[in-house]
Design a binder for this molecule. Structure first.
Ligand code: HEC
Ligand code: HEC
Length: 305
């Protein structure tokens, strides 16, 4: 029978005497719960936890009053202190980008000579240029413009399309073999129709051009003059404008100039793609990058001397 006033029925009480069991080691009463000989002491709830709860609730109430806290449909309670980190962040960002627009807009009209002679401005723009380059260009051209198989070195003074800032900015605007209507077009035709023996003679001749040991009386040299010089220049010296064909004498090729790679180039042709950046980057950003690339080239050329 359940009787709430009977001490023998209280939790932890001895069912015969009604006395609570006491833990012999600590002297505390136990709750009477027993897990295979392990009993639970009937100790008071720790005060520190109660105080922590009281403090937390008090702090919350004060914060609700002073700081932005509760959503109200499309708005929220602003708090008495008027602190608003969202608003502060927005203002900070606007201030920062206004400061950036201020100097970046000076790159917009592309007066490269004036920009280059303003050392102060260029020093201020350099970190942004570095960031633009590493975000947009480094994946193909390397962190320092060092290039790689299939991607030209930018940190030297060999240029397919001209190395002055205006020419580079134009390359960036329209791309190479890109989807821009005015894209630069670089087409190395396939010579798969040519006898293999002739291709081999050509590849041998071309692979020896940079060393200066190429035999000008060989059949390779004759074939080159007939089939290749119109784009690559006499003796492969390059320098013909608007074709994008590299010089084959100065060791600055993109794909490689060993016999095997030249055989592959002759068999398949080459059609390297450089994306167009108009629409993805602003005019000012493109001009800034063009100047950055010019500086990379100058630094690379100096280092090579
Ligand atoms: C998807 C790879 C890729 C990306 C990204 C890329 N490029 Fe290129 N870029 C190329 C290739 C490939 C060529 C050479 C195309 C050819 O075969 O003629 C090239 C050529 C160039 C040239 C012409 C070099 C010369 O000798 O005239 C310049 C300048 C250049 N890139 C700068 C940049 C800059 C600056 C960026 C970043 C905004 C960039 N590239 C991003 C692949 C890329
Ligand atoms: C219509 C013009 C044209 C003709 C003709 C031509 N080329 Fe090219 N060649 C190019 C262009 C443009 C490129 C660069 C392609 C690229 O980068 O995507 C190129 C690239 C090459 C390359 C690769 C260089 C590198 O960057 O690694 C080799 C090698 C080459 N040509 C050899 C020859 C030989 C040999 C012949 C004659 C059998 C020949 N070319 C005929 C335009 C031409």
């Amino acid at each position: 029978m359940s009787n709430p006033t009977d001490p023998r029925q209280l939790p932890g009480a001895d069912p015969h005497t009604g006395n609570r069991k006491v833990d012999p080691v600590t002297g505390y009463e136990t709750t009477g719960h027993d897990w295979g000989g392990i009993t639970e002491l009937n100790t008071a709830f720790p005060k520190i936890v109660i105080w922590a709860l009281i403090l937390a609730v008090t702090y919350s109430v004060i914060a609700w009053i002073l700081l932005p806290a509760w959503p109200l449909g499309r708005d929220y309670t602003r708090g008495l202190l008027g602190l608003d980190q969202g608003q502060q962040a927005l203002e900070g960002f606007q201030e920062l980008s206004a400061g950036r627009q201020d100097w970046l807009s000076r790159f917009g009209d592309g007066d490269f000579a004036a920009l280059q002679s303003d050392a102060d401005l260029m020093a201020r723009a350099l970190p942004a240029a570095e960031r633009l380059f590493s975000d947009n260009c480094a994946a193909c051209h390397g962190d320092a413009g060092q290039g790689g198989p299939g991607y030209p070195v930018l940190a030297d003074d060999h240029w397919l399309w001209g190395g002055d800032p205006a020419a580079i900015a134009e390359t960036l605007h329209v791309g190479i073999n890109a989807d821009h209507p005015d894209t630069r077009i670089a087409e190395m035709p396939a010579f798969d129709w040519m006898e293999r023996a002739d291709r081999t003679a050509l590849a041998q001749y071309v692979s020896e051009l940079p060393s200066g040991r190429a035999d000008v009386d060989s059949s390779g040299a004759t074939l080159f003059a007939e089939n290749c010089a119109s784009c690559h220049g006499d003796g492969g010296a390059g320098g013909l404008e608007g074709i994008g064909a590299p010089s084959l004498t100065d060791g600055s090729v993109i794909y490689g100039q060993d016999e095997g790679t030249v055989m592959e180039t002759l068999k398949l042709g080459r059609h390297g793609v450089m994306p167009a950046w108009t629409g993805r980057l602003s005019d000012a950003e493109i001009n800034l990058l063009a100047l950055y690339v010019v500086a990379l080239g100058q630094r690379g050329a100096e280092a090579a001397q």
